[in-house]
Design a protein around this ligand. Structure first.
Ligand code: PLP
Length: 407
């Protein structure tokens, strides 16, 4: 398939989702293919944060907890995530980081069963494995880490929980949520899904799939800003059976009764721990409002078209970079990844050429295809600049081999 710059421009001109790009601040001449790591700044965010700081914190100070409903922000923002993931509004709450939410859910859900094994995938995102290891140590459980192809087969009589990342952070491979959930449940086990690379990226139907527990990131496809709080999902039917291992006052039934005894709040609210980060929640809410008026299905249709163009252009113009993401649309998320022994240097050279993707050790470059604000010309230009770097081998400049604290 050949796809010219003129065709890319024509595809953008004909794209009904194109106006959504105006909801974001995107620097001129920068091709931003890293929205799967950190979403761009929604245009409403600066003014909204300024208003929260000056009109709410500045003018109304502590009264804002009630007058500006700061106290309801975790639930209100969670309810805006719910339609993106196919959940009910009272099944999602925004709190803490993904890592901390993993801990809370792992420990709380593990107590529902006498079984002793936590099962996860080798090569899962490392924080997931670290958190599972920590919970296993604390609770006297065994952590079983199996290669991806063996995970389902390893579900056994002693499997308590499976911790799976729905879309793999590196390869973009996707588990079949409904099938794996059904299989686990039939075997008496429960799945906790990490949706960090799924929420806001692909259509999700947690209720329909029978999903019981999930967590996900606020700063990637949800465009909530650096270090945005994360979310947590618990199926309604299970909420009253769980107690959070982090029994903070904000998860208490009556935080302002100041009693010595702990009584969990009703429903998912009990999974709050400390005081919610109001400024960060305000930014995340702007990111979520940027999805207004568009369905995940429409975004996914465009993402698939962008994937096909990107893949074809890369095969044609950058054949030395090997695609490691599945082609099948039911088998992947909304990023595309390539391996190369010099992926790090190539990624740095590309950033110097004003195309931002990211490197994942040891040898992968990832590109986020985020149809809310990217178009076909971005894709074309990104591959064109990469092809130039591969052709003239400019990535060999030693300055591109210098590794910083964040890669
Ligand atoms: C799959 C996955 N889970 C969890 C995290 C980390 O989330 P947090 O920084 O919110 O703890 C990431 C971050 O990239 C991730 O990719």
């Amino acid at each position: 398939m050949s796809f010219t710059l003129a065709e890319a421009k024509a595809a953008d001109a004909a794209d009904p989702l194109r106006p959504l790009r105006d909801r974001f601040h995107l620097p001129e001449d920068l091709v931003y293919l890293d929205g799967n790591s950190l979403g761009p700044l929604p245009k409403t965010a600066a003014a909204r944060l300024n208003a929260v700081v000056t009109e709410e914190w500045g003018a109304e100070l502590i009264l804002s907890w009630m007058s500006r409903d700061w106290i309801g922000a975790p639930q209100r923002v969670g309810a805006k995530i719910a339609p993106l993931i196919g959940a009910k509004p009272n099944e999602v709450i925004v709190a803490d980081s993904t890592s901390v939410n993993l801990f809370k859910l792992l420990a709380a859900a593990a107590r529902l069963s006498e079984r002793k094994t936590l099962l996860s995938e080798s090569g899962n995102f490392h924080t997931d494995l670290y958190m599972a290891g920590g919970v296993a140590d604390l609770m006297g459980l065994t952590l079983d880490i199996a290669p991806r192809a063996q995970v389902e087969g390893r579900i056994g009589d002693d499997t308590n929980l499976l911790l799976l990342t729905h879309v793999h952070y590196k390869t973009a491979e996707r588990f079949d949520m409904a099938r794996v959930t059904a299989r686990a449940r039939a075997a008496g086990a429960t799945v906790i899904w990490d949706l960090s690379h799924s929420a806001g990226a692909i259509p999700l139907h947690l209720n329909e799939a029978g999903a019981e527990f999930a967590v996900g990131c606020g700063y990637k496809y949800l465009n909530g800003g650096p270090g945005a709080p994360a979310f947590l999902y618990i199926a309604e039917s299970l909420q009253e059976r769980l107690i959070s291992p982090l029994r903070g006052w904000m998860g208490h039934a009556e935080p302002f009764a100041f009693t010595d005894d702990y009584a969990p709040a009703r429903g998912i609210d009990r999974f709050l721990a400390g005081t919610p980060p109001i400024l960060s929640l305000a930014a995340l809410e702007c990111g979520l409002d940027a999805f207004e008026g568009v369905t995940m299905e429409r975004l996914w249709t465009k993402s698939r078209a962008m994937f096909d163009v990107f893949h074809a252009l890369m095969e044609q113009r950058c054949p030395d970079l090997l695609c490691i993401s599945p082609r099948g649309e039911d088998q992947r998320g909304s990023h595309i990844s390539f391996s190369h022994p010099h992926a790090f240097e190539i990624c740095q050279a590309l950033i110097a050429a004003r195309v931002i993707g990211d490197f994942r050790a040891p040898d992968v470059i990832r590109f986020g295809l985020t149809p809310l604000y990217l178009g076909f010309e971005d894709i074309w230009t990104g591959v064109d600049r990469l092809a130039g770097i591969m052709a003239n081998e400019s990535w060999r400049d030693p300055k591109f081999a210098v590794r910083g604290k964040v890669t």
